[in-house]
Design a protein around this ligand. Structure first.
Ligand code: SAM
Length: 306
């Protein structure tokens, strides 16, 4: 039922640990008749939902900025034309005024939360990272490239906005700001819950403080749900293995893929990381449908675009 051969596209915003490269594995691992809703309690950048493009979806996150952005794309206030006009205007100001303009937009965003400004910051902050301080303010510094919004990048973002709009066009998608407990609790038989929770104890910021107890509670609610589930996370690298998966999901179907990430600036130094998708029996596609090789080789940190 899910598209088997997705060449994943990137959304208009960037997040830490964005799952773009894992989308094909997720899609091929799930067997689902599409009768219910595609449910994501931790939508983040929305890259998974946008690529899977189900007919009915409940997409939630506690980060209201993500949800506001996708609501704005859904209601058409952010579209290819409006984002181009906005980026051309603010990009010119950035070129003329330099980093002062970046910090002006950052302050404005932290006061008003405008989704246009959110895209601007996501695409011109240092390393494309997204972090919020203890008070919920976006606090990533400038990438130090006043010429950042060149025509090629603006066109790329316009295309990404238009692609996102197209993916949800004519579909029954609901975007909600809410805690995962409410989202998982609303799932019914026939639904599939795709979960990509924050790392426990890593990348902790205002929206991503996930404790071990919370991660355990999530596992229990997924297991207890009438809906099917797919949970993706890192499984191991050469130093560590994620004991959460072994402790709570050793009896569940698992599909894995390896990818490589660069260590420091030297291209030669690469470490392998195994990503896993843990599935409930009722939505696990037969392993034969999940090719074990070739292993995709990821050349660069994907956050660093154009
Ligand atoms: C790992 S990210 C999801 C990334 C997403 N799959 C992607 O590829 O962009 C985890 C998300 O969980 C959200 N989050 C953190 N705590 C949450 C909670 N208690 N309930 C719902 N969402 C939460 C964060 O705001 C963040 O967007």
């Amino acid at each position: 039922m899910l598209p088997r051969n997705i060449a994943p596209k990137a959304p208009p915003i960037k997040t830490q640990g964005i799952k773009t490269k894992v989308v094909p594995l997720i899609a091929r691992s799930i067997e689902w008749d599409g009768s219910g809703r595609w449910i994501e309690p931790f939508i983040g950048s929305a890259v998974v939902a946008l690529n899977i493009a189900p007919q009915r979806a409940l997409l939630a996150d506690t980060n209201e900025h993500m949800i506001d952005l996708y609501r704005a794309i859904q209601n058409g206030s952010i579209n290819g034309r409006t984002i181009r006009k906005y980026l051309e205007r603010e990009g010119t100001q950035l070129l003329e005024k330099g980093e002062a303009h970046y910090y002006y937009i950052r302050e404005r965003f932290n006061e008003c939360g405008d989704p246009f400004d959110f895209i601007f910051l996501s695409r011109s902050c240092f390393n494309g990272m997204m972090r919020f301080n203890k008070k919920g303010g976006f606090n990533v510094p400038f990438c130090r490239k006043p010429e950042r919004f060149r025509p090629a990048l603006i066109t790329k973002i316009v295309n990404q906005v238009e692609w996102a709009a197209k993916a949800m066009e004519g579909k029954d998608w609901q975007f909600l700001v809410q805690d995962w407990r409410l989202t998982v609790g609303s799932a019914r038989a026939g639904d599939v819950i795709y979960c990509d929770p924050p790392y426990v104890g890593r990348h902790v910021d205002y929206y991503n403080g996930f404790t071990e107890e919370e991660a355990d509670a999530l596992a229990q609610s997924l297991i207890a749900s009438e809906a099917g589930f797919a949970l993706s996370m890192w499984l191991e690298n050469k130093y560590r293995r994620n004991d959460y998966v072994d402790r709570l999901f050793s009896d569940y179907p698992q599909r894995t893929m390896e990818h490589f990430y660069h260590v420091g600036p030297q291209e030669k130094l690469r470490n392998a990381m195994t990503e896993v998708v843990v599935l409930s029996e009722n939505v696990a596609a037969t392993p034969a449908e999940v090719p074990e090789s070739p292993l995709p080789l990821f050349e660069r940190a994907e956050l660093m675009d154009v």
